[in-house]
Design a protein around this ligand. Structure first.
Ligand code: DX5
Ligand code: ZN
Length: 218
């Protein structure tokens, strides 16, 4: 059974509280918080996502799955850790070298969150193999990070299969999370490839009934 992490990036203005309560009722497994700084990616959602995540924390016990699409990873880890997220994920591509990756892994460890590393579509998955024994979650971007509503890049299915094979061969206990363009058509493909957490934004937020779509994605 896969878990569903609903991205709140595309929540409609003025509908935020209503949407968060409805998603809580629909029993999404996580709220996926897409933090963008306007540098690592074009959009800047930093302040808005902090406010939304703080609000969700107040009204719900559903865990936060924070996806940091930022250059200043340390600052974002320190700030978003105040919300005690279940998972904090930073981008491999935001790190200047392997030493910096290890630094962020250790920093997140001090905050008792699960540690995630995300890779953009063009990053070879082998690049993060060496960190796998020290993290809990790999967030495989199935679209170019930066916005919602894009189409899943089908080559990413092979990438997920390769990662799953490596994890199994090395007896590692790691979640594989797919993020971007996930819907009822693409979900089976990434599940079959080995994903156990699906991030979906548009597919869920446009549905008339959140519980139905979340159960169907599961
Ligand atoms: C893109 C974000 C994704 C995106 C998912 O940069 O990381 O989480 O919001 O949204 P959909 O499901 O609409 O592709
Ligand atoms: Zn995301």
């Amino acid at each position: 059974m896969v878990e569903i992490s609903t991205s709140i990036l595309s929540v409609l203005k003025g509908q935020e509280a209503k949407t968060f309560f409805a998603l809580e009722k629909a029993k999404t497994d996580y709220f996926h918080i897409d933090v963008m700084d306007g540098k690592f990616v074009e959009k800047n959602t930093y302040k808005k996502m902090f406010e939304y995540a703080s609000y969700i924390k107040r009204i719900s016990n559903i865990p936060l799955d924070v996806h940091l699409m930022v250059q200043d990873v340390k600052k974002a880890i320190d700030e978003f850790s105040t919300l005690e997220p279940n998972i904090i994920t930073f981008h491999f591509e935001a790190c200047k070298d392997d030493k910096e990756v290890e630094e962020y892994i250790n920093l997140i460890k001090t905050y008792n969150s699960r540690i995630g590393i995300s890779v953009k579509p063009e990053t070879e998955i082998e690049k993060i193999y060496k960190f796998l024994p020290y993290i809990h979650n790999v967030l495989v971007m199935t679209v170019e990070p930066g916005k919602g509503g894009q189409t899943l890049l089908i080559d990413m299915v092979e990438k997920i299969k390769k990662l799953k094979k490596y994890i199994d061969e090395n007896n590692l206990e790691i979640d594989i999370e797919a993020d971007g363009g996930i819907n009822l058509t693409t979900a089976p493909k990434v599940k079959e490839a080995g994903v156990n957490i699906l991030v979906a934004g548009t597919a869920i937020l446009i549905a008339k009934d959140y519980k139905t779509i979340i159960d169907e994605l599961r």
